[in-house]
Design a protein around this ligand. Structure first.
Ligand SMILES: N[C@@H](CCC(=O)N[C@@H](CS)C(=O)NCC(=O)O)C(=O)O
Length: 208
């Protein structure tokens, strides 16, 4: 299997399936495309990706070009990794939360792009503040239901989807207690940044 990803400091969409694939324990080839290189990025990505975007997973003849579709494929290909919860209701909630991240929170994504090397305190727009309040509400509700430590109990794809959000909160000095968090959401964000898989990704990003 080959996973084509973008620059580790910035590529949130690449981080998600990379974490999931690492979790499976299956060996894979990682192909890194440097993003934001005006002369080369687009052409390099198009060598691998019909959509012109990374990440892309290649498995034999198969090419999958979207982060959520890649994660779904990994969950089916590696059932022992339990990347989605076993319980149907929990699985539906995990999918709803991951999908909300995949298609939503545009203001937060636009205003606070992932940059693992950045530490600042940002003035956030009302729309971004509303996104953060919704994330706190979502995380708190799921953590209360599951009892943690991750959103639906054990770490899974839904947690991979929110890991870039946790890096944004750290980079932009966001304190979740200012957005309705009684403590659990903030502790969850810290937990996401302490998984061995994320620490490996971050080490590679810093070394690059
Ligand atoms: N919906 C896609 C979004 C992928 C995406 O936007 N990828 C960005 C990098 S994080 C990209 O390839 N941008 C092209 C570029 O920067 O040249 C997914 O979930 O995989």
């Amino acid at each position: 299997m080959e996973l084509v990803i973008g620059t580790k400091t910035w590529s949130t969409w690449s981080l998600r399936p990379w974490l999931a694939l690492k979790r499976t324990g299956s060996p894979f080839t990682e192909t890194l495309v440097q993003l934001r290189e005006v002369e080369t990025s687009t052409a390099e990505i198009l060598k691998h990706s019909p959509s012109g975007l990374v990440p892309v997973l290649k498995d034999g003849d198969l090419t999958i070009w979207d982060s959520l579709a890649i994660c779904e494929y990994l969950a089916e290909r590696f059932p022992d990794a339990k990347l989605w919860p076993a319980d149907p209701a929990d699985r539906a909630l995990a999918r709803a939360a991951a999908s909300e991240m995949h298609s939503g929170f545009a203001s937060l994504r636009g205003e606070c792009p992932m940059d693992l090397s950045l530490r600042t305190v940002a003035e956030l727009s009302p729309a971004t503040q509303a996104n953060i309040r919704r994330i706190v509400e979502l995380w708190s509700g799921l953590l209360e239901r599951s009892g943690g430590p991750f959103l639906l109990g054990d770490w899974g794809i839904v947690d991979a989807f929110f890991t870039p959000v946790a890096t944004r909160f750290r980079s932009y000095g966001v304190h979740l207690s200012d957005y309705g968090d009684a403590g659990e959401a903030g502790r969850y964000a810290e937990r996401l940044l302490e998984t061995p898989e994320f620490l490996d990704w971050e080490r590679d990003a810093v070394a690059a």
